[in-house]
Design a protein around this ligand. Sequence first.
Ligand SMILES: Cc1cc2nc3c(=O)[nH]c(=O)nc-3n(C[C@H](O)[C@H](O)[C@H](O)COP(=O)(O)OP(=O)(O)OC[C@H]3O[C@@H](n4cnc5c(N)ncnc54)[C@H](O)[C@@H]3O)c2cc1C
Length: 387
Amino acid sequence: MSDVLVIGASAAGLATAESLRRRGFSGSVRLVGAEPHPPYDRPPLSKQVLTGDWDAERTVLRPPAHLAALDIELLLGRRAVSADTARREVTLDDGTLLPYGDLVIATGLKPRRLAPFIEPPGVHTVRTLEDTGRLRAELADARRLAVIGGGVLGCEIAAAGCRLGLDVTVIDPAPVPMAGQVGQEIGRMLAELHRDHGILVMSATEAEGPVLSDGRIAGVLTSKGPVEADVVVAAVGSTPATDWLEGSGLTLDDGVVCDARCRAARHVYAVGDVARWWHEGQGRHIRLENRSNATEQALAVADNILGADRPYLPVPYFWTDQHGIRMQVLGHPAEADRIRVIERAPDSRKFVAVAEAGERTVGIVGWNSARGLRKARQLLVDGSQVH
Ligand SMILES: Cc1cc2nc3c(=O)[nH]c(=O)nc-3n(C[C@H](O)[C@H](O)[C@H](O)COP(=O)(O)OP(=O)(O)OC[C@H]3O[C@@H](n4cnc5c(N)ncnc54)[C@H](O)[C@@H]3O)c2cc1C
């Protein structure tokens, strides 16, 4: 059995290593991660860890005994700087050369930064435990928080800021929050939810630059005027962490481009947020930035390393928690031309909506309605091209 080298020691990389072992792979498995921590979970970083409901330790994905039992070599605090796919070796930042039988790329994303907001103290991005720790520490002395970006992450951080008792403003050029993930109609409900909790939602608004006071952030200049803030979070999306693969011969185009089996080249696979693979059911390349994909895709990659020849055909899924509402999203509701509510509780704090485009079901949204969502899932599997 040949050796497997996994670069990126987070949800997707760890799940790949675990799946290999669960399927009886007895070759060596090395897991290399740039962060100093053993693998941890990111979703709580913008929710329970940011609000202080959880200690950082609770994000650890597996206890040390479990990791030890996997019999993998875990190299933490080490960054891969290049890959030579012809010689089948990866170079680390300390010059170490690691040969591999199969390479798994699981390097995830890095936050996009807004050029005028990079320098001033008081401006944050959220991707790592350290990011959340720094933000939480600054919020403790703050009164006003401005969040640039009304996507999933921006909305969650705004909701957490609200829980912490701050005056929160969300600034976003789209007409409603999370428009790109859930479409206009659900986005409008979300805007209402945030406003009901006292958040100022500035949609259709550009963040143009920082307002500074004594070299520190004091607000955001927007296309609709200045917004005062003691702390600013830029949640304006992320880009795949593929810099280290420049010159490797792999196709890099908004992620590591893979075939239907998540294979980027002979003996090279990509998994998780960094992978853009050919979804045979949808007939296009897609890349998903969500937690369940990291685990599910890892199973497919492990199977294919072990010779299964299995296309990866998930129904895209993510959840988000905001103001006590859990929204669960299947498929691509933002591609719908209409939304139909198929189940609603009398107080309307729970519903399931089907997103349709022409004759097809393209997505389903559950609003505090996990059971309803599970029941409706079949509509998407049967009635659309999303298998
Ligand atoms: C704050 C936050 C909240 C989230 N909330 C939700 C949610 O509510 N629901 C949901 O479905 N999803 C959520 N997600 C998304 C989910 O966490 C990701 O989809 C998941 O973490 C992807 O796992 P991954 O292993 O592919 O990538 P990552 O978790 O990004 O891990 C990649 C790892 O690779 C390492 N790395 C990068 N480059 C190198 C290199 N050159 N050498 C070595 N190591 C390297 C990185 O340091 C990192 O540790 C959230 C994400 C964030 C950041």
